[in-house]
Design a protein around this ligand. Structure first.
Ligand SMILES: Cc1cc2nc3c(=O)[nH]c(=O)nc-3n(C[C@H](O)[C@H](O)[C@H](O)COP(=O)(O)O)c2cc1C
Length: 358
């Protein structure tokens, strides 16, 4: 029976345990280039015992950044800066992953700790930029109204995803995640609440998922066959008339057929006032359902904070991988602590520098 500290092998990559660092924007980059903050932040979670580290959303083009301080994967200068990070993570036993993203209509906003006042959007005269989406509908008050993407612009963005995928492999990443959740570009195409198009990218379910499927296929083809390729989706909009778990199951089946190895099951983010029943493990049932009904490996994420809670999900085959977000911000050594609570301390190599203190 697998448990939290069982290795997980997907393609040619083996994670030393089922614990991953969920992608979390650090809003600390200049021109999309990672720096010492990122090295220390991701490096300490590698020494802390995580099996997988998914580096935060890196935009495939400058226009796709959530904030001016986001990471990017669109310039030559970024690649060696990432290589420093991936080398350190590997040396310390963690598989380096990255999430490639395009923020769509939620781009050009202030990073949370830089925002002054209540206006989320960064005005163009203050270093912001024009944003793009499936339809000319802003996310919420104070956000920019996106330009409705032409077919040509859709293809151009997909080409950016292809180039960024190739760059991510060069940068030494061994696990790739396509960010298709949280109301960013791909999610805003598949949700009927943000996509009002009447061409082949809008309307029916088939048309709304087209952008996500095409982009996933382009990325899968550009990414080495022997490395895992995963997609984060929002399994529900938590809103009447919005995207549903049933549609997520169907989308996951289609993604699996394209060679996607795992679905990372998040929710929400496309509707500013959705009523989300936030609480312990509140998204876990989506990971379980997609795993069972689409027969694909899943990651569970969302208010998983305790070792026993995470271990139970793996033991009872509700998910294949556990992603921990905020608890990892509080404690880079979460896996070492969890190993103690679930009686598996001998299954996790503690860095020799720290072994005596444990
Ligand atoms: C500071 C912060 C930044 C985040 N950035 C991202 C991101 O870049 N990509 C993403 O898919 N989710 C992002 N998230 C969501 C987390 O990956 C995770 O899904 C969410 O926090 C729920 O997990 P938790 O309860 O363990 O924190 C972010 C969350 C936080 C708190």
């Amino acid at each position: 029976m697998s448990h939290l500290f069982s290795p997980l092998t997907i393609k040619d990559v083996t994670l030393r345990n089922r614990i991953g660092v969920s992608p979390m924007c650090q809003y600390s980059a200049t021109d999309g280039v990672p720096n010492d903050w990122h090295l220390v932040h991701y490096g300490s979670r590698a020494t802390g015992g995580a099996g997988l580290i998914i580096v935060e959303a890196a935009a495939v083009e400058p226009r796709g950044r959530i904030s001016p301080e986001d990471l990017g994967m669109y310039s030559e200068e970024q690649i060696p800066a990432y290589q420093r990070l991936t080398a350190f993570m590997k040396e310390n036993g963690a598989v380096p992953g990255i999430q490639l993203a395009h923020a769509g209509r939620k781009a050009s906003t202030h990073s949370p700790f830089k925002q002054q006042g209540s206006e989320p959007a960064v005005a163009t005269e203050n270093g912001g930029w024009d944003v793009i989406g499936p339809s000319a509908l802003p996310f919420a008050e104070g956000y920019k109204t996106p330009k409705e993407a032409t077919i040509e612009e859709i293809k151009e963005i997909q080409e950016k995803f292809r180039q960024a995928t190739i760059a991510a492999a060069k940068a030494g990443f061994e696990w790739l995640e396509f960010h298709a959740a949280h109301g960013y570009l791909a999610h805003s195409f598949y949700s009927p609440l943000s996509n009002k198009r009447t061409d082949e990218y809008g309307g029916s379910f088939e048309n709304r998922i087209r952008f996500t499927l095409e982009t996933a296929q382009i990325m899968r083809e550009a990414w080495p066959d022997h490395l895992p390729f995963t997609v984060r989706i929002s399994a529900t909009d938590w809103t009447e008339g919005g995207w549903t778990i049933e549609e997520s199951v169907e989308l996951s089946k289609r993604l699996k057929a394209l060679g996607v190895d795992l679905i990372d099951c998040s929710t929400g983010g496309n509707v500013s006032d959705a009523k989300i029943p936030v609480g312990a493990g509140y998204q876990n049932t989506f990971a379980e359902r997609i795993r069972n009904e689409a027969s694909i490996a899943t990651a569970a994420v969302g208010l998983i904070t305790q070792g026993m809670q995470a271990d139970e999900l793996i033991r009872n085959e509700k998910a294949d991988l556990i992603l921990i977000g905020r608890e990892f911000l509080r404690d880079p050594y979460w896996p070492l602590r969890a190993a103690t609570t679930v009686h598996k301390i001998n299954d996790l190599a503690i860095p020799p520098q720290y072994a005596r203190g444990w």
